[in-house]
Write a protein that binds this ligand. Structure first.
Ligand code: ADP
Ligand code: MG
Length: 366
């Protein structure tokens, strides 16, 4: 374990009957970072947090908090703060009493409790609301009280399990940024769970993409989005155009890929697999350009506009490229240029650097 690791899971395994909720997970969370566990429903995210929090014991493996084995330590002794979607506040206690609860549990002196509660409510800017009952607060304010309660005892690590799920979109976006700001201000090591890829991209220092109890990829938001390691990650994060093919050859750092219907595409790649390897070429919708507007690109396809969705500042296009296949394109709206309507014939293109190569053999579990 390196010095900057706060929390580590070592080969954590947990099964419920035949379901492997955690399938030998290795994970290190660095000091002060916000690491997000992102995955679809049922992929094992909550189980992972429960094992870290001590509400569940792994069948195999270990949990280490700052080099100390806490695998079988009771939750209350772990020094871990938690915010859950439905982690309701005590309805009969006012805000200050709610926030002081973890400190009362720790038998802290009254003076010290008062000091810390004032500090925590100040952090979430709810100092004026100390005497209110939870039902006299908005949903967003309640969530901020829950956050204050989670940090008031100066935990070594903060766990958040889909904490914004119950909030409406606008409020959620506001609270997301607030929590991120506080987390950075306090340099609080945090493990955050969500199934919302956009939320993960916005908030995280690093993202671990989970699928069927395993971590498929761990990386920065940029790496996960631009360099997904397999089809599962590519599909789960953002919208992808995927073209299946075979490596035909290479020209220095550019792979030549022959698609199933015989077209050749060029993809820049650091490591190019040997000839004959099955691969997928990934092109994000915002990387595609319209060649009819005068652009030149070494990869090109022609097709027919099948759908136009106008979004004000941008537009989404679905382009039928024949053989029952579509390409999705996302481009900034502009005045002038080619007017695209359903039925128009178009030529689209992209550079080798705009595409990413995925080796089919590393495809995750179905
Ligand atoms: P997520 O939070 O990603 O939706 P969970 O960790 O809740 O996933 O669940 C992972 C898998 O383990 C699912 O198949 C779920 O049904 C199963 N599971 C989780 N908790 C239990 C439990 N207490 N009893 C039986 N099965 C469980
Ligand atoms: Mg869950």
């Amino acid at each position: 374990m390196t010095n900057d690791t706060d929390l580590r899971l070592e080969k954590a395994f947990k099964a419920y009957g035949t379901v492997k909720a955690l399938d030998h997970v290795d994970l290190s969370v660095r000091n002060g970072e916000l690491l997000t566990i992102l995955g679809p429903s049922g992929s094992g995210k909550t189980t992972l947090l429960r094992v870290v929090a001590g509400f569940a014991e792994p069948d195999e493996g270990r949990v280490l908090l700052q080099e100390r084995d806490i695998t079988f330590l009771p939750p209350a002794k772990r020094d871990i703060g938690m915010v859950f979607q439905n982690y309701a506040l005590f309805p009969h206690m006012n805000v200050a009493e709610n926030v002081s609860f973890p400190l009362q549990m720790r038998n802290m002196a009254k003076v010290e409790i008062k000091k810390r509660v004032t500090w925590a409510l100040g952090i979430v800017e709810l100092g004026e609301y100390a005497e209110r009952l939870p039902r006299q607060l908005s949903g967003g304010q309640q969530q901020r009280v829950a956050f204050a309660r989670a940090i008031v005892f100066d935990p070594r690590i903060l766990l958040l399990d889909e904490p914004f799920g119950a909030l409406d979109r606008k409020l959620r976006e506001q609270i997301q940024l607030e929590v991120r700001r506080l987390q950075q201000q306090l340099k609080l090591t945090s493990l955050f769970v969500t199934h919302d890829q956009e939320e993960a991209l916005i908030l995280s220092d690093r993202i671990a993409v989970m699928n069927a109890g395993r971590i498929e990829q761990l990386g920065t938001p940029h790496e996960i989005y631009e360099r997904p390691i397999n089809r599962f990650v590519a599909d789960f994060i953002g919208i992808s155009n995927l073209i299946s093919g075979v490596i035909e050859g290479q020209d220095r750092s550019v792979a030549v890929v022959r698609s199933k219907d015989g077209q050749l595409f060029l993809v820049a790649a650091d490591a190019i697999p040997t000839q004959g390897t099955n691969v997928i070429v990934l092109i994000r919708p915002e990387r595609l350009v319209l060649l009819d507007d005068g652009a030149e690109r070494s990869n090109r396809l022609s097709g027919t506009v099948a759908e136009v969705i106008y979004l004000g500042q941008s537009e989404k296009l679905r382009i039928d490229i024949g053989g029952g296949r579509d390409m999705l394109m996302h481009r900034q709206s502009r005045l002038g240029g080619v007017q695209l309507e359903v039925g128009s014939t178009v030529n689209i293109g992209w550079t080798p650097e705009d595409a990413h190569l995925i080796v089919e053999d590393t495809v995750g579990q179905p």
